[in-house]
Design a protein around this ligand. Structure first.
Ligand code: NZQ
Ligand code: ZN
Length: 391
């Protein structure tokens, strides 16, 4: 097991009606003027935004708001939020929504106190040291941004989708998580979220670090729980317990605990970010296409941990040959993803002729000559994986 620093200071306030505590929580975290950030309108239609505003009114907290954040969020909305936030002298960010809204709010929280261009942080020109505090009201279990220090923004110029990772600066001070708020999620978004959280666990699980049995077992247990709960949450969208389990799984998948002591991979995410940057597909659906392709390549070239995953997560009986064991596990993963309505190929994702050359070029321009750690991918390997996803 490697040395590690596990830091997750977020206060998770989980359960029914918890959104009415938002005002009190902001006060406890010393917010006095808030920028509420939200997306395309689901929180308006559900009445959540009014309830949150009422809670701020009750706590005597002033606020301004900015809606209209789109999935796969882009830089213009961040600039809009920075200038509104500066003009209104806000001191606290309150995203009400999912990963796109939270990540936009995080970028605004970094940009307001910074004299330069916020994109400097995503471009690796500046290291984030301070940001305004962020509190979250979560409406979709998926990206795990409510418990992560990360923010993923696409710069429209060049369609650069970059994941900024900060160990401390961008972790929300609180996250309100009421599973009832997810009852309105369409099954497609629910399934994309399930796929994304499974991928967050698997990016960490596929490593070469020896003696990480505790972390492995945490990850395997969490994956198995998600696999069991997924059909229930899809067939009974208003089943509170199923929604609650999936919601908490989404946070645990990405707050870092599943990577403790391990050297994490993340190649599939970086490969997917190029797909959603260029084709604007849902991140989870892109992962459903790319992760099995990455695993198929690994079954061929580095099957050890894939075989363990097949046996422990998918209950495959071990074959003499690790490659065969691994392939059977991948087949079960694919069958599961199909059963929850996810695509498995570019074609099923709605992209008939993917520009693989462009995806490979962008991937290596953004992430370097080799990508990932389990088996580092050069251009030739990443091209093969995109091609597997296209068959
Ligand atoms: O915009 P509205 O109208 O709110 O609708 C949203 C959006 O269309 C809808 N939705 C959310 N909650 C709902 C709801 N509809 C009905 N009822 C509700 N309760 O769902 C759609 C998708 O929302 P979005 O925020 O885009 O989803 P998600 O949470 O999956 O976030 C995806 C983004 O996060 C990034 C992804 O790349 C993508 O840009 N990621 C962020 C990470 C992080 N910060 O740590 C890690 C991830 O790996 C990921 O890359
Ligand atoms: Zn993800």
């Amino acid at each position: 097991m490697n040395n590690f620093n596990f830091y997750t200071p977020t206060e998770f306030v989980f359960g029914k009606d918890t959104e009415i505590q938002t005002g009190t929580l902001i006060k406890a975290h010393r917010g006095s003027k808030v920028l509420i950030v939200y997306g395309g309108g689901s929180v308006v239609r559900s009445g959540l935004l009014s309830r949150v505003k009422q809670s701020l009114d009750t706590a005597n907290i002033a606020y301004v708001e900015m809606g209209g954040v789109q999935p796969n969020p882009t830089d213009p909305k961040v600039y809009e939020g920075i200038s509104l936030g500066r003009k209104e002298k806000i001191d606290f960010l309150l995203p009400v929504g999912g990963g796109s809204v939270i990540d936009t709010a995080k970028a605004i929280a970094l940009g307001i106190p910074y004299e330069g261009d916020f994109w400097d942080f995503y471009a690796g020109i500046s290291i984030p040291e301070k940001a305004l505090p962020i509190g979250v009201v979560l409406t979709i279990p998926a990206a795990g941004s409510e418990g992560s220090g990360n923010s993923v923004i696409t710069k429209l110029d060049g369609l650069k989708k970059i994941s900024l990772r900060t160990p401390k600066v961008l972790r929300p001070v609180f996250a309100v998580m009421n599973p009832e708020l997810t009852f309105t999620l369409p099954s497609w978004q629910t399934a994309c979220g399930i796929t994304d959280m499974m991928a967050h666990i698997m990016e960490r699980y596929f490593n070469n670090t020896p003696e990480v049995e505790v972390t492995d077992r945490l990850s395997e247990g969490l994956l198995k729980a998600i696999i069991d709960e997924a059909p229930r949450v899809l067939s009974e969208p208003e089943n509170y317990e199923a929604r609650a389990n999936i919601m908490w799984a989404g946070t645990l998948a990405h707050n870092g605990i599943c990577g403790t002591g391990c050297e994490e991979d993340w190649a599939s995410h970086f490969m997917e970010h190029e797909i959603s940057a260029v084709y604007d597909v849902s991140h989870g659906a892109g992962l459903a296409v790319i992760f099995p392709a990455w695993l198929t390549y690994m079954a061929e070239h580095h099957p050890e941990k894939v075989a363990q995953y097949a046996i422990r997560v998918w209950n495959v009986s071990p074959h003499a040959d690790k490659h065969a064991t691994a392939l059977e596990g991948i087949a079960r993963l694919k069958a599961f993803l199909h059963s929850i309505g996810m695509p498995l190929t570019f074609h099923e994702l709605g992209i008939d002729e993917p520009d693989i050359e462009l995806l490979v070029n962008k991937l290596h321009a953004n992430k370097g000559d080799v990508v990932g750690k389990y088996l580092p991918l050069d251009r030739n390997a990443s091209k093969q994986i995109y091609e597997i996803a296209n068959t």
